[in-house]
Design a protein around this ligand. Structure first.
Ligand SMILES: [Zn+2]
Length: 407
């Protein structure tokens, strides 16, 4: 075993030892490992496990040691928590700063967050990471679009962080309101928080005239743990900070490199909230070969879809992300504004599922043809409805619910 692997094994065993002392892992069979491959013998941790241990069940240090808590923005049930000691925050932001340096952020950069702050870890921890580089951060959060744009102009912002859907909305808003793009110094955006295809990325890039990078993370493990380099051939995992695995969601077996399955993470340097084999529900693979950029970090593919979001309508299985990409491709970037919502009702065969979206131009013929094409593609009859942009309330939300299960 080389020195780097030995260090990772040492950190992993420390994490296991810390986890063993928590209520969350009391009944899970954790033991010391002799090699990294033995990790696959340890039990998984699910979101439900974390919810059941709310609030302090997952805490591995005395309460007096924690200085911050982050939680998921989850709307159902109890939230999941992640605690940080002073050391955790320092180590976490240092690790994540690698991603920001790779995006091109340096001391002169001016970065603005169009993400909700509050308890949401994505914004807070990334802010610390960027500040550790010495760059300027404007923690704008959620504001009316005009306010955001004025900030971008006044502070000469070069980088924004937002959801991909919000970025498309931003463009649409600028176009509708004849906002002069040349007033902005914007050169890049980090789009995160939603699954989006390369097509959608290209659309955003062409419309806003910027470069868009993907950044992956989740509150339960840590935000910003995988990032794209300029090659944009998969995401580099900060693999001495977390260990990624991809498992078969049905058999729970670790999958070989290149095979798609559920992404699983184990933390290496989080004392307050150590986490072992957390099931993310995100579908991707470990990528084979080396990235042309030369980095030796493990790479994962961009997230393809999420477990639990597959639609089952009238006995048919539909991947909502594939459906969205199909709609976008059919309409083209000139007609597709960006926001889309699928409404379904399970166990009701009479219910006609709906797709609500904003068309840039209202043309009943296009709408009818799209409905037909969707039927050909899915074999399910969807009712496509054109709704005004305001319906999605982007002024108050950076995220729009993609799938709505009607009761
Ligand atoms: Zn690379």
């Amino acid at each position: 075993m080389d020195n780097q692997k030995l260090k990772i094994l040492k950190d992993l065993n420390k994490t296991i030892e810390l986890a063993k002392g928590t209520k969350l892992y009391k009944n899970k069979k954790l033991h010391k490992l002799n090699s990294l491959t033995e990790l696959s013998k340890l039990p998984f941790t699910s979101k439900e496990d974390l919810r059941d241990s709310y609030p302090y069940g997952g805490l591995a240090v005395p309460q007096s040691e924690i200085i911050e808590a982050h939680t998921t923005s989850g709307t159902t049930g109890k939230p999941t928590l992640s605690f940080f000691t002073k050391k955790d925050l320092a180590e976490g932001s240092k690790a994540i700063s690698e991603a920001w340096r790779t995006f091109g952020i340096n001391k002169k950069s001016k970065v603005m967050f169009i993400m909700s702050y509050g308890l949401y870890s994505g914004a807070a921890l990334n802010t610390y990471a960027i500040q550790s580089i010495g760059a300027f951060v404007l923690p704008s959060g959620i504001q009316p679009v005009l306010t955001q744009l004025n900030f971008m102009v006044d502070f000469e912002i070069d980088t924004i962080i937002a959801t991909p859907g919000y970025l498309l909305y931003l463009y649409q808003w600028m176009k509708t309101n004849k906002f002069d793009r040349s007033k902005l110094k914007l050169i890049r955006a980090i789009a995160a928080g939603e699954v989006y295809s390369n097509d959608i990325r290209e659309d955003i890039e062409n419309k806003l005239q910027i470069k868009v990078f993907d950044h992956y993370g989740l509150c339960e493990v840590n935000t910003g743990i995988a990032y794209e380099c300029t090659e944009r051939k998969g995401l580099h995992v900060i693999d001495d900070y977390v260990i990624p695995e991809v498992v078969d969601p049905k058999t729970n077996k670790v999958l070989p490199v290149g095979e798609y399955g559920e992404l699983v993470f184990t933390s290496l340097r989080k004392d307050a909230s150590p986490i072992i084999r957390y099931r993310t529900k995100d579908i991707t693979c470990i990528m084979p070969g080396k990235c042309p950029c030369g980095r030796s970090r493990i790479r994962i593919g961009r997230i393809k879809s999420r477990i639990g979001e597959t639609l089952f309508i009238k006995g048919l299985k539909i991947d909502p992300y594939e459906l969205r990409d199909f709609v976008r491709k059919y309409l083209g970037s000139k007609l597709f504004a960006g926001d889309i919502q699928i409404i379904i009702k399970e166990n009701d065969i009479k219910f006609i599922p709906k797709i609500l979206m904003t068309f840039v131009k209202n043309d009943p013929k296009v709408l009818r043809n799209l409905q037909l094409k969707i039927y050909e593609f899915t074999k399910v009859k969807f009712q496509v409805k054109n709704v005004p942009q305001e319906f999605f309330n982007r002024e108050k939300n950076n995220k729009v619910k993609f799938i709505v299960h009607e009761k």
